[in-house]
Design a protein around this ligand. Structure first.
Ligand SMILES: *Cc1c(COP(=O)(O)O)cnc(C)c1O
Length: 470
């Protein structure tokens, strides 16, 4: 009985090509040039093993196998492109959220990318003092450019340390300045920033003890003062960057906190989160504090992200009094949280754009400066391209997002799409599955393409893909 089923199977097995024969098939040989021999070999083995398994289970007889063999080059190609492809890829952000943490936050400027290429395709003086010809410190980089920017605003003697991100900056600053002591924070500021950044948790890891004062909606300067004791190391202010408390609220001003700190000899630190390096009012965002405001108010240290409103690479910036910043840089954790040459290269390029006041070089600021009229014209051009969809150009609001400027938005326009053949979710999925995925915003049963967050050079691609939908 066993022999009788084995015999036809082995007949079918014999028709399978060997790996070498398979690699000589023209379409598969062509793949080797693109993906390399080893990747194609593994994919071909995978394809053959799949066929063997199906023959053994009786699912493939001789005639079905012929069709499978014809399709094998395509199957190998599918496996090789899936397994040897980068998972991180460029997407078009048509969501209208400017600082979108899930989409990589601020896009890098052309100058930053050029700087990265220039500095990091070879060796660099990352930690090398070219004058002395010996080991130097990496924290000298970006230092002068930051100092120049600050001194232009009348802020002298501020130093800046760069770490991996702002969460790292807060952790390191607390560890360096408050380990073993207490940090006073208002209950109204004990925020969770998207993706599990919680001040109480960070505080615990830093070795500092959280001393909460006030209530969620009201904290007075006297609450801070009453909480000060011999273990107090720091007064901490956290910018409510992703939510607003409105209504019956009270919060001492930063100046009041600084005055209290001075009087009692305790430094004030501010976690600003999204620290802009320009006055954002000229970009249409009112009342959003920037790094200069914090330093002018007299805080001893301020921490902020590199890839939020600053518009640069992922980084945590720690700016403050030189003695305190030096403490931060000498802390053992600094070694674990420091950034690489790519980050310094990008950061210096962005700072140079700020110093030259070439704000349009910084993609985030450029997008913020697009006028509603410009956006409306782009939307109208795009709407006419999507001939098979029902389109409408509508006025909309672009969110700043990314734990920055809570509740703040910029007026603009979007193309609203509806299809007779696809549901809203199907259309949104279709757009996400394009060769360059397009991430949209679904609102009121329509798919919105908010062009403020789309680079104008991508308009042609969008028009092309929308025209191809039928
Ligand atoms: C965004 C943010 C953080 C975290 O910054 P990352 O750069 O994402 O690590 C911390 N604090 C505040 C107030 C923020 O807005």
């Amino acid at each position: 009985m066993e022999k009788m089923t084995a015999a036809p199977n082995s007949e079918v097995f014999r028709r399978l090509p060997s790996i070498d024969e398979l690699l000589r098939v023209e379409e598969i040989a062509a793949l080797v040039h693109v993906h390399g021999r080893q990747n194609v070999l593994e994919a071909a083995r995978c394809g053959l093993n799949d066929l063997r398994g199906r023959i053994a289970s009786g699912a493939l007889d001789a005639t079905k196998l012929d069709a499978e063999l014809d399709a094998l080059p395509l199957a190998v190609q599918l496996v090789v492109t899936q397994s040897a492809n980068c998972s991180l890829q460029r997407v078009i952000n048509a969501s209208g959220i400017l600082i979108h943490t899930n989409l990589g936050r601020a896009p890098l400027s052309q100058r930053a990318v050029e700087r990265i290429a220039e500095v990091s395709t070879g060796y660099s003086n990352l930690e090398f003092d070219l004058d002395a010809g010996e080991r130097g410190g990496r924290n000298v980089h970006a230092q002068n450019l930051f100092a120049h920017l600050f001194s232009r605003q009348g802020i002298d003697r501020a130093q800046t340390a760069v770490v991996n991100n702002n969460a790292a900056g807060v952790l390191l600053a607390l560890a360096a300045l408050a380990n073993g002591g207490e940090v006073i924070v208002s209950r109204g500021e004990l925020v969770e920033i998207g993706g599990s950044f919680r001040i109480p948790d960070i505080m615990e890891r830093s070795g500092a003890v959280l001393h909460e004062v006030g209530t969620t909606n009201r904290t007075r300067i006297a609450d801070y003062e009453n909480a000060i004791n011999e273990r107090t190391r720091l007064l901490l202010r956290i910018h409510r960057s992703n939510f607003e408390i409105v209504g019956f609220t009270e919060q001492p001003s930063l100046e009041e906190l600084v005055e209290l700190g001075h009087r009692r000899g305790i430094p004030v630190m501010e976690d600003l989160g999204s620290g802009g390096l320009v006055n954002l009012a000229s970009f249409g965002i009112q009342d959003e504090p920037n790094v200069f405001d914090s330093l002018h108010a007299g805080v001893s240290m301020v921490t902020y992200s590199g890839d939020k409103l600053l518009g640069g690479p992922q980084a945590g910036l720690i700016t403050g009094e030189p003695a305190l910043v030096e403490k931060v840089c000498k802390h053992p954790l600094y070694r674990a949280l420091r950034v690489d040459k790519i980050c310094y290269a990008a950061l210096e390029a962005i700072l140079l754009s700020y110093l030259r006041e070439e704000y349009d070089e910084i993609p985030l600021l450029r997008m913020m400066r697009m006028t509603p009229e410009q956006l409306q014209a782009r939307c109208q051009a795009l709407a006419t391209a999507a001939s098979s969809l029902s389109t409408q150009v509508i006025a909309t609001e672009t969110m700043i997002g990314g734990g920055a400027a809570p509740g703040k938005s910029l007026p603009g326009f979007a193309v609203a799409l509806q299809s007779d053949n696809m549901s809203t979710n199907e259309l949104a999925l279709y757009l996400r599955k394009l060769p360059v995925p397009v991430v949209t915003r679904v609102e009121d049963g329509r798919v919105l393409l908010d062009l403020r967050t789309v680079d104008p050079v991508d308009d042609a691609y969008l028009a092309h893909e929308l025209a191809a939908i039928n």
